[in-house]
Design a protein around this ligand. Structure first.
Ligand code: RUQ
Ligand code: CUA
Length: 631
């Protein structure tokens, strides 16, 4: 039976939370407005990357102005950038059109954000994407990671971006698909924790996997400095229930934090200790001593967050009003003393009291913790709709609280996951907006709130709505990112690049047509050509511009085909000439005074008679383009 306290908490979690009706300005003053004001023409101090949740994207904001800057398409096609339409990005998506993106993870060097890449997970798809911050473009999608069923505890990079991680949220029998009965959950199902290697160039590849009991792995964070070499994972459902989880997975007083020593795990795989399952090297914990330990932690923990020194691992039990702070020194000591309290699926279990440094009474529904680098931690309280500020170190007390509107999930501090948080801002990522913005029907946008950390008391500065649905977010000093201005055309290595107007052409080989097209203000060359009904046309469009922000589009009428080509870039669009007739194409991105004139025609002939196998633009068309390119 459920204890009354737990039942109450569950009822509250289920949505009967005491609401703060009527909203509040939290004592806002003109002084708050000034602190977010970035003059027209001036730039923000920070980039903030907000995960797009089930939109599958990343949203980029400037802080402290809270101005929305752009969307980075990641797991979902995005028409404005032609993402998932051109052949390159379509291939990267591998036929999938949906992802649920939760946790952005900036690449790090020595435990500080280095501004090179941004990783993010697709939770249900068990994939990890890498965005290059030179052009804010998704360049790699790794996965589905074998055996990992839904990667929520993902990616949480290590301090030198050696690894990103993924761990099963929903245990299944592995490898997928395996036929099984749910009644056999405890014996035939498994969780998996995966370490994905990241090369110097950013490429991801399989490192190791560890088999675990069928718990629900939830969140992760990388050890750093004092805890370098460890990755920590929380789980709930150590009860191993497979139905009515909201009741059955809340029975145990303790669930677990897993401490994974990724060097030991990798060494075990390299020494041949793993079995290959579903194409991945999977370690049974018994065969990899030292690779993984469990630390008990109260009541369905959610967030695990390592403080900037790496000494403390702060774990929030959702159904407990406290953050449990573990000390890596104590964990290490208990491991060295082999002070185990049994095992779970071959994983040694340490004792809670041995590892615990402090319990901080933060308030109801603690989820996530961030840091300011000045000795304080900030924990989001979902049920209380508050952030609690507390002192790291004795007396481990709460020193300030601030109301947020409403039901905060994650929070992000400026440079918050690094060894050197700047302590300027935290942004509350609220799940419920209710009355904070003009209503738009039954569903509201999500809500975010910028809070100043520089004074002794937290101060609410600004509210801004966000598109569904930011889970986690990260904030990095803008000075660390150096975006490209154009792609260097001379360095374009695309095999379909066309650099000179005279080389633009249409080649027909059987039913395949390759159109090598140049785009420049305000022309395409060729701007007319013939194909035959039934042909498949590959438009390889090179934008030969070398001026910043002169992007050309390439849209084909009577179709859903449109792509965007940035200066110096070549992209390929596939279009099938299904039936005879005239089909126009045009530049879909306003680029110049004569943008409206930037167009062309495809004549689709009913038969091959009179259709040349090699076609070029007219003399005048080629000359015009050549002339533009000299400018
Ligand atoms: S989760 S509200 Cu998807 Cu990171 Cu905690
Ligand atoms: Cu090119 Cu509009």
């Amino acid at each position: 039976m459920l204890g009354l306290g737990a039942a109450l908490l569950l009822a509250v979690l289920a949505g009967c939370m005491g609401s703060k009706g009527g909203g509040s300005t939290g004592g806002l003053s003109a002084d708050a407005a000034q602190k977010t004001y970035v003059k027209p023409g001036e730039l923000d101090k920070y980039y903030a990357f907000l995960s797009g949740g089930h939109s599958g994207q990343i949203f980029v904001y400037g802080m402290p102005s809270c101005r929305y800057i752009t969307t980075i398409p990641v797991f979902t096609p995005e028409p404005a950038k032609g993402y998932g339409v051109d052949e390159e990005s379509k291939a990267m998506l591998g036929g999938r059109t949906w992802g649920d993106a939760h946790h952005p993870g900036l690449s790090e060097t020595d435990g500080d954000y280095d501004g090179r890449w941004l990783f993010i997970n697709d939770m249900p798809g068990a994939r990890i994407a890498r965005i290059d911050l030179a052009d804010f473009t998704t360049r790699e999608i790794y996965g589905p990671i074998p055996n990992v069923s839904a990667a929520h505890a993902c990616p949480f990079p290590t301090p030198n971006t050696e690894y990103v991680f993924a761990a099963s949220r929903f245990s299944i029998p592995i490898p997928y698909p395996s036929v099984a009965k749910l009644e056999d959950y405890r014996t035939k199902f498994n969780g998996v924790i995966a370490g994905v290697k990241v090369s110097k160039e950013g490429h991801m590849s399989m490192g190791f996997e560890i088999l675990t009991p069928p718990f629900d792995w939830d969140k992760a964070d990388a050890g750093k400095a004092a805890s370098m070499g460890w990755e920590f994972f929380t789980c709930y459902n150590s009860e191993m229930a497979y139905d009515s989880l909201e009741v059955k997975a809340s029975q145990n007083e303790m669930d677990y934090v897993a401490c994974v020593n990724w060097k030991v795990a990798q060494a075990a795989v390299d020494a041949g200790k793993a079995r290959t399952i579903g194409g991945a090297p999977v370690l049974d914990p018994k065969d990899a001593p030292g690779a993984i330990y469990l630390v008990p932690v109260p009541k369905s923990p959610h967030g695990v967050d390592v403080d900037p020194s790496g000494e403390f691992i702060c774990v929030s039990g959702k159904l407990q009003a406290e953050v449990s702070v573990f000390a890596i020194a104590k964990i290490q000591k208990a491991i060295d003393a082999k002070a185990f309290d049994g095992e779970q699926g071959g994983i040694p279990v340490l004792k809670y009291a041995d590892c615990l440094e402090a319990k901080v009474p933060v308030g109801l529904g603690p989820l996530h913790t961030q840091f300011d680098g000045k000795g304080y931690a900030y924990t989001s309280l979902f049920l209380d709709s508050q952030i609690a500020k507390w002192k790291i170190g004795a007396p481990w007390n709460v020193v300030d609280k601030i109301d947020v509107y409403y039901s905060i999930g994650h929070l992000m501090a400026s440079e918050g996951d690094t060894r050197h948080p700047t302590g300027e801002y935290v942004v509350a990522l609220d799940k419920i907006a209710k009355d904070r913005y003009l209503p738009v029907g039954p569903s509201h946008p999500e809500a975010a709130q910028l809070i100043d950390l520089r004074g002794p008391k937290m101060q609410l500065l600004y509210d801004f709505p966000t598109y569904p649905e930011p889970h986690y977010a990260q904030m990095i000093l803008a000075s660390k990112i150096k975006p490209l201005k154009v792609y260097d055309l001379a360095a374009n290595t695309n095999k379909y690049v066309t650099r000179k107007a005279e080389d633009a052409r249409v080649e027909r080989h059987g039913k395949r047509v390759d159109a090598y097209v140049i785009a420049v203000r305000s022309h395409f060359t060729p701007d007319k050509f013939r194909v035959v009904a039934g042909d498949t046309v590959y438009f390889h469009v090179t934008n030969v511009e070398q001026d910043e922000d002169i992007t050309h589009g390439f849209g084909v009428l009577f179709s859903s085909q449109d792509m965007q080509i940035d200066p110096g870039e070549t992209k390929t669009l596939k279009w099938v000439a299904t039936k005879a007739g005239i089909t126009p194409y045009y530049c879909s991105n306003f680029c110049s005074a004569l943008h409206q004139e930037m167009q062309g025609y495809i004549e689709v002939a009913p038969s091959a008679a009179g259709v040349a196998t090699l076609q070029r633009g007219s003399r005048q068309n080629v000359d015009l383009v050549a002339l533009e390119m000299k400018h």
